[in-house]
Design a protein around this ligand. Structure first.
Ligand SMILES: [Zn+2]
Length: 468
């Protein structure tokens, strides 16, 4: 007697990303609730399971959902504004004024479109790094959009207790204890929301926006609550300049001295690293978020990711916010993650396609501490996956599924997306919300926000594109 399940996907080429990197030709996958019950050859799964809903995936490849472990979802607000600037100038001219002027409703729609693009490019888990806005309604709005999108996610709340001299607006600055109390309130309210899809973490904006007491307080709360800590680290040489000015030591030694580093610490960027920095990361088993496109966009440099990976540190890849990438396309990021390392080392073999996919799946899951739930397909894991249909000129012809996904696939190939057992997109169409209406709302929000924040003046001598 076959066992009843909720969803069966049949006749797919399944790229499991399990420990042996098994690939199942003509494979099937059975889902009950939010978990994978079984996967194997279609004939075997067909004989053992029946389902109310069946997706016939002949000709498609099925991959575990990608993890985008660093983004600022609200930054769709600054997409297309203030490009081609160094990062310190860009945050002051564009990002801070926008963040300071944004209403909760604008934050909701702008976050939602960022989430939709993550889903369209195969990401099923995101780690959002939300700025330290004092207004709790802005945090609630971003969390609501993240939940409504259907994504799995970790919402991290930034602590910024210094840096007024660097242009950080007063609406985004508060004593660490106050910000940490708010993060704990968010954890109490939202951790486990969306049927367990959401959890809450802590974020440290950047070294030049923290006091020493603030750094120590973040570690204390992380230890007490189990929340992870993520932080922008050495994206540009300025981090070390500022740390030297304040404390007479570089950023990473300062983080080590204040107890911030640890296996629950996810360091973002890590472009400008000394041998001492790398040694400290190894000692503290720090995880790294690699943002290839953002690093290229801002001209930050090439992070020594191959070297960090060789030390056994968990590496995940990420888009960063749409302000310093101009999109949330995880497939583009997957490709550039491999390419940028090849350029840096002048060695085409230093990152293979399989390695890039590993960073986007297993590595990201390990970095976020979610390796028991996502990042590979196996019985008991969360049912987070997507189906790729290769029939576009960009992808065809295909031979090897991993090579195609990393180097030739685009959003047009992502046909079906399932998160926590829920089919969010089928045949390229979102089933749970009105995508076109969401895009209209986001466009409207971005226009009115740019006017209010004064960033519209950056467009003074250029034509404005108004699609609606
Ligand atoms: Zn960032």
């Amino acid at each position: 007697m076959p066992t009843s399940v909720d969803l069966l996907v049949r006749h797919a080429l399944i790229v499991t990303q399990d420990a042996q990197r098994h690939i199942i030709e003509d494979g099937a996958l059975a889902v009950r609730g939010d978990r994978i019950v079984a996967l194997g050859p279609t004939a075997e799964i067909d004989a053992a399971y029946i389902a109310a809903r069946v997706i016939d995936a002949g000709g498609r490849a099925l991959f575990p959902g990608l993890l985008n472990i660093h983004t600022h979802l609200f930054q769709a607000a600054v997409k297309g504004l203030g490009e081609d600037m160094p990062v310190e100038q860009w945050v002051q001219a564009v990002t801070f004024p926008t963040a300071a002027a944004m209403t909760p409703e604008e934050a909701y729609w702008l976050t939602l479109v960022s989430c939709l693009e993550n889903l369209r490019s195969g990401a099923t888990t995101v780690m959002d790094f939300m700025y330290g806005m004092r207004d709790p309604a802005l945090h609630d709005a971003v969390i609501r959009a993240l939940l409504d999108s259907g994504l799995r996610g970790r919402y991290t709340r930034t602590i910024v207790d210094a840096g007024a001299d660097m242009g950080i607006p007063p609406t985004m600055l508060q004593p660490a204890e106050e910000a940490l109390a708010h993060a704990q309130a968010l954890q109490a309210q939202y951790s486990g929301a969306g049927d367990g899809r959401l959890d809450i973490g802590l974020a440290i904006g950047v070294i030049w926006a923290m006091t020493e007491a603030g750094l120590r307080a973040v570690r204390r709360v992380a230890d007490a609550t189990g929340m992870t800590i993520t932080m922008h680290v050495n994206e540009t040489p300025f981090d070390n300049v500022a740390a030297q000015r304040h404390w007479g030591r570089n950023t990473i030694p300062m983080l080590a001295a204040t107890g911030v580093l640890g296996p629950d610490f996810i360091a973002v960027h890590c472009v400008h690293m000394t041998d001492e920095d790398i040694e400290l990361f190894k000692q503290h088993r720090v995880a790294v978020a690699y943002n290839a496109v953002s690093n290229m966009y801002l001209g930050s440099g090439i992070a020594p990711i191959v070297q960090l990976a060789e030390l056994g540190l968990p590496i995940g890849i990420a888009t960063d916010g749409s302000g310093s990438n101009n999109c949330q396309d995880m497939l583009e990021t997957l490709k550039f993650s491999a390419l940028l390392q090849k350029v840096g080392r002048q060695d085409p073999a230093c990152v293979l396609a399989q390695q890039a996919l590993d960073w986007a799946t297993r590595g990201g899951a390990q970095a976020m501490g979610l390796a028991e739930q996502v990042g590979m397909l196996a019985p008991g894991m969360k049912a987070d996956f997507f189906l790729a249909n290769p029939f576009t000129p960009k992808a065809i012809p295909v031979h090897d599924p991993v090579t195609t996904l990393v180097y030739s696939a685009g959003q047009a190939n992502i046909e079906t997306v399932v998160v926590a057992g829920r089919v969010l997109m089928e045949g390229g169409v979102f089933t749970h919300l009105d995508e076109v209406e969401s895009l209209r709302q986001a466009q409207r929000a971005a226009q009115t926000l740019a006017r209010r924040a004064g960033t519209e003046k950056l467009l003074e001598r250029r034509g404005k594109w108004r699609p609606i």
